[in-house]
Design a protein around this ligand. Structure first.
Ligand code: NAD
Length: 476
């Protein structure tokens, strides 16, 4: 018999507290449709308390030297590592992420990010002196911004939160974090790790809530900077609010990236990498190359390979080690994905695999491949966020690059070729924030983010640390 989790869910000023409102957020397992538990939903008054706690903690936290902060971040990394297996299991149970993916990314990345930024900030002087052009000297001082409002989606809840928390805290800021309602239970484990690491109360506060709570954080007078990942539509409304307030904001948004298969690519020999770059996390991943661009001379062969991939991908409960394709996060999201599949059929695209609901409980969609897709069709332009690929034919490399760039989005993508230099030259012509060669291996040492409708700003790398500081010049 499985037990459910009923928790206060709000972590404010170093303690678990219940909301002052009566509402609760219910979480259901998308693989089984069974209830997992609930936490109390934060009210706007709870957010006010969390922001006040973060403001109070900022005084002491920002006054610590970098090594003291780094030590505490490393302790938090240790506490998260201890909980790695539980974190991976909890994430997969809530959002359908195959456990092999959550173990590698959701459990693996957050401690890595904490240690990385702890190391970077320890090596970085907070003041650098430089010679001025008029003979004088100038001190350039790096200062934390204050309280950072962190708002994240459900698809990589731990990694996306820590992507913001780690550089923000390393730079001396404090944080108010709002998880997505679909994934509030793994946030409990983050709170427990924060308590075990003995971070000073109020340095990280967690307020689970809906979009109204997110909007309250974004325009809160006590918040100095906003870090958001989510859909482009939400990103636009947050950008609008921050624009009015002149509040610094970073936005990691949607994508519809291209997988460019060059005529010499060894696709059949790279199936595992190809699967990860196009269908990772059941298609519920922002950077996937869901438009597969195939040269006309090899079109039939590539379509056949993809159909084979769709047929062999094991569909199953997300917590099962053998699962390659888990469920959609919710019944509503499955309907949305199925709506796009119907749209593809009516747009004259050729369905060569999937397009159906597997006959089992849970909110599953079979991996679906459409061939003969025009780049101006809806299924090639809009983000579906499910296991649905569109195969588009191209004439030559210029045509492939033109199709890849003919998108409202600009987040990721891949280029496949047996000649790495040739692939690299093509990659540089692609208008996106990141491109992988013969695979898509994310690395937190490199800046990650998008152009066009995929967002503003970069996360990861030393560049992210810079995005959480203000620079002050003192003319000596
Ligand atoms: P979403 O925009 O619906 O929600 C994201 C978060 O914002 C949630 O916590 C939600 O409660 C909150 N929110 C919603 N409306 C808000 C508002 N008006 N003000 C403040 N907060 C608000 O997105 P989602 O469906 O949870 O996530 C999927 C989307 O995220 C996809 O589009 C995906 O591509 C994108 N994503 C982007 C990246 C990236 O790095 N570029 C990474 C992962 C996911």
């Amino acid at each position: 018999m499985s037990t459910t989790i009923e928790h206060d869910g709000l972590f404010i000023d170093g303690s678990w507290v219940a909301s002052d409102g009566a509402q609760r957020i219910e979480v259901v397992n998308p693989s089984t449709e069974q209830r997992l538990g609930s936490v109390s939903a934060a009210s706007t008054a709870d957010v006010d308390r969390a922001v006040a706690a973060a403001r109070k903690a900022f005084v002491e936290w920002s006054a610590k030297n970098a090594d003291e902060r780094a030590e505490l971040l490393n302790r938090l990394a240790d506490a998260l590592e201890k909980r790695g297996a539980e974190i991976a299991h909890t994430v997969s149970s809530q959002n359908g992420m195959p456990i092999v993916v959550s173990t590698g990314l959701e459990a693996g990345f957050p401690p890595l990010l904490l240690r990385y930024y702890a190391g970077l900030v320890s090596d970085q002087p907070s003041v650098t002196r430089r010679a001025g052009l008029f003979g004088g000297e100038i001190d350039v001082v790096r200062k934390p911004m204050g309280v950072v409002g962190v708002i994240v989606p459900w698809n990589f809840p731990q990694t996306l939160a820590m992507t913001k928390i780690a550089p923000a805290l390393a730079a001396g800021n404090t944080a108010v974090v709002k998880p997505s309602p679909e994934t509030v239970l793994d946030a409990i484990l983050l709170g427990e790790a924060i308590a075990e690491a003995e971070l000073p109360p109020g340095v990280i506060n967690i307020v689970p809530g809906d979009r109204a709570i997110g909007a309250h954080i974004v325009s809160h007078p006590g918040v100095d900077r906003v870090a958001f990942t989510g859909s482009t539509a939400t990103g636009r409304s947050i950008a609008e609010a921050c624009g009015k307030l002149l509040r610094p904001v970073s936005l990691g948004l949607g994508g519809k990236s291209a997988t460019i298969v060059l005529d010499d690519a060894d696709v059949a020999g790279s199936m595992e990498e190809f699967f990860k770059a196009t269908l990772l996390n059941n298609g519920q991943t922002c950077f996937l190359g869901t438009r597969v661009l195939a040269p006309r001379g090899r079109y039939g062969e590539i379509v056949d390979i993809l159909a084979g991939l769709a047929h062999v991908a094991t569909i199953g409960d997300a917590v099962d080690e053998s699962t390659m394709i888990g469920p959609m996060v919710s019944a509503r999201h499955r309907e949305r994905v199925e709506g796009y599949i119907e749209r593809g059929k009516t747009e004259g695209c050729r369905l060569i695999a999937g397009g159906t609901r597997p006959d089992r409980e849970g909110w599953f969609v079979a991996p679906t491949i459409f061939a003969d897709v025009a780049n101006d069709s809806v299924i090639a332009r809009e983000e579906i966020f499910g296991p649905v690929l569109a195969v588009i034919a191209y004439d030559d490399v210029d045509d492939a690059v033109a199709i890849a760039n003919d998108s409202p989005y600009g987040l990721g993508g891949t280029v496949w070729s047996q000649d790495r230099d040739r692939a690299r030259a093509v990659a540089q012509r692609v208008e996106t924030g990141t491109v992988g060669i013969n695979g898509y291996d994310l690395d937190p040492a490199a800046p990650f983010g998008g152009v066009k409708d995929s967002g503003i700003g970069r996360e990861w790398g030393p560049e992210a640390l810079d995005s959480y500081v203000e620079l002050q010049s003192i003319y000596l």
